[in-house]
Design a protein around this ligand. Structure first.
Ligand SMILES: *Cc1c(COP(=O)(O)O)cnc(C)c1O
Length: 244
């Protein structure tokens, strides 16, 4: 066996982080009375190199997330041999829709009808069917109708955005997504998301995905029905500059 180098150290570190993360999720599922297999990990690899994506894939992670097209497109291309599902989780401008539909399995951040229509048209011309989630703004004072820094539709508009996604032949409505507001109680925020998720599911029973919870608040998300957690730092440690 080759002597372990820096690459091996990195792989060991990520493996240990993944094991600890899986234990956290299992405990959260247990506390919520949910089966342990109920929650899928999306490893958010933004700012981390493609070599880390390879390590994660080798450890059995099948879902990875990115938040900027400029970074995600080349990384997905560099990792095309791994057969991963790429999740686009960041705020998205309509002029990036054509690029994103080429590699994204799921776009988590659809928060307006115009974006749904742009993604739908681009997916159709690329010959792809892209799953989309309605991103919901959980800021308690989001009703102003102005997109906050993190994006998301006002909860009152979420069904209309879901309708816009469902109307697109190139898209498949998968469910809802949210980021807990900074500062507040994540459990209260995720309880609001759960109510929106249920109203979307009442109209579109197949839209069962609830993408919620990050490194710092995944327990509160799992307690409130998250099916997918998006985890970066708990897996990959603090974000540094991309090397390699
Ligand atoms: C970065 C990011 C995450 C992961 O956050 P961590 O705190 O590093 O786990 C999840 N969701 C979105 C939308 C992100 O941008």
């Amino acid at each position: 066996m080759a002597a372990p180098g820096p690459g091996a150290d990195r792989a060991e570190r990520i493996a240990a982080n993944l094991a600890a993360l899986r234990e956290r999720i299992a405990a959260a599922c247990d506390a919520a009375g949910r089966p342990a297999g109920d929650v899928t990990v999306i490893a958010v690899t933004k700012t981390f190199p493609a070599s880390d994506v390879r390590v994660l894939a080798g450890l059995g992670v099948a879902d990875v997330g990115e938040n900027r097209d400029q970074e995600a497109a080349p990384k997905a291309a560099a990792c095309a041999d791994l057969g991963l599902r790429w999740h686009f989780v960041g705020q998205l401008q309509t002029n990036k829709a054509a690029s994103v539909v080429r590699y994204a399995h799921t776009v988590h951040s659809v928060d307006r009808g115009r974006l749904a229509r742009a993604l739908g048209a681009r997916a159709l011309s690329a010959g792809r069917r892209v799953r989309c989630l309605v991103q919901v703004n959980l800021d308690p004072d989001s009703a102003a109708g102005v997109l906050g820094p993190r994006g998301g539709a006002d909860p009152a508009d979420a069904l209309a955005v879901a309708d816009a996604v469902a109307a697109e032949e190139g898209l498949e409505l998968g469910g809802v997504m949210a980021v807990a507001p900074r500062g507040g109680d994540p459990a209260a925020a995720f309880a609001r998301l759960r109510a929106v998720a249920e109203s979307v599911r009442d109209r579109y029973p197949q839209a069962r995905m609830v993408s919620a919870g990050m490194s710092g608040d995944l327990e509160a998300a799992v307690a409130n029905g998250a099916t997918h957690v998006r985890v970066g730092t708990a897996l990959l440690d603090d974000r540094g500059p991309i090397v390699g």
